[in-house]
Design a protein around this ligand. Structure first.
Ligand code: SF4
Length: 298
């Protein structure tokens, strides 16, 4: 971006980076595992984007990571496959085994634990003709991994109205994808309880990860503190979109960017006293630093 002549030699903008934005520990751990492997062995095949951020994926691709999808797996006959933090269903493990490929499993330990709980609940529900329900996004990698623990028989609830998919006469165990909204989860749980016939057993498991669930209220406090907010997030990240919405709801002078090149000079007229830079759980710290530096240089 060109430096506006009118702002030269003036006091630099006060820019603060939100210290709670950025990767959760599961993603940090996965990226560290990928980098260690890339340094020692050169190439890995990541099954799906390691994180929903194109610039971070590009950075790791430049070090030798190749992102593949499940159909590409058929073509690979040797090498190391990498499972990202979201986890995978049992059939992906089976495929790696059948093909004799090496596996680095970077599934987040919190997700692995949740997979185990879903698997156990499914076995319990088989005994009493019950149902496993998961609040999550259809097609999301983590949800596929969870649903796989039930031979994909789990009922996926994307919104409160979807509780109509549950049979009110049969027991239900409810779980949540780790990154969903606690408020919507509570509404869904209450709707299931309201609809259930008297005496039908309902088990509610709030499995939302606290690494991310507290971010929206925290970001709203951060966004209110600043004259202007620059939210850095990947265009494909649903977490980025919802956290951006939380910021703009309390500070209308909030702008969404995916790269430092997206910054626009006119946003800084009139010049704000302070600018907050924040991001999603998939936004790398180095990217927020680069954005902050670019704003300071205006
Ligand atoms: S959000 Fe929580 S469960 Fe999901 S990868 Fe991050 S730390 Fe793990």
């Amino acid at each position: 971006m060109r430096t506006p002549a009118t702002q030269k030699n003036k006091t630099p903008l006060h820019v603060e980076i939100d210290n709670q934005s950025g990767f959760c520990f599961g993603v940090v751990r996965a990226i560290r595992q990928a980098e260690e492997e890339l340094e020692t062995n050169g190439t890995i095949y990541s099954l799906g984007d390691i994180v929903h951020n194109d610039l971070e994926v590009d950075r790791l691709n430049n070090k030798g990571m190749k992102t593949i999808d499940h159909s590409d797996l058929e073509e690979i006959s040797e090498g190391t496959v990498f499972f990202r933090a979201h986890g995978e269903p049992p059939e992906s493990y089976q495929k790696i085994k059948e093909k004799g490929l090496r596996l680095i499993d970077a599934t987040c330990p919190v997700v692995l634990k949740l997979q185990e709980k879903v698997r156990n609940a499914y076995q319990e529900m088989l005994k009493c003709n019950g149902q496993v329900a998961i609040f999550g996004k259809i097609g999301h990698a983590e949800v596929k991994g969870l649903s796989g623990q039930t031979h994909h028989e789990a009922i996926i609830l994307e919104k409160e109205e979807d509780v109509r998919l549950i049979d009110p006469n049969r027991p239900v165990v409810l779980f949540s994808q780790t990154t969903k909204s606690p408020v919507v989860f509570k509404n869904i749980a209450e709707a299931i309880q309201r609809r259930a016939m008297a005496g039908v057993e309902i088990k509610i498991n709030d499995t939302i990860c606290r690494q991310v669930s507290n971010r929206a209220p925290h970001l709203q406090v951060f966004a209110r503190k600043h004259d202007m907010v620059v939210f850095v997030g990947g265009a494909k990240s649903s977490n980025a979109r919802s956290l951006f919405e939380a910021c703009i709801a309390v500070n209308p002078r909030t702008h969404f960017i995916s790269s430092p090149n997206d910054l626009q000079e006119l946003w800084f007229q009139p010049k704000p006293k302070s600018v907050g830079v924040c991001g999603a759980t998939s936004t790398p710290g180095w990217l927020m630093e680069t954005v902050a530096e670019k704003i300071r240089a205006l």
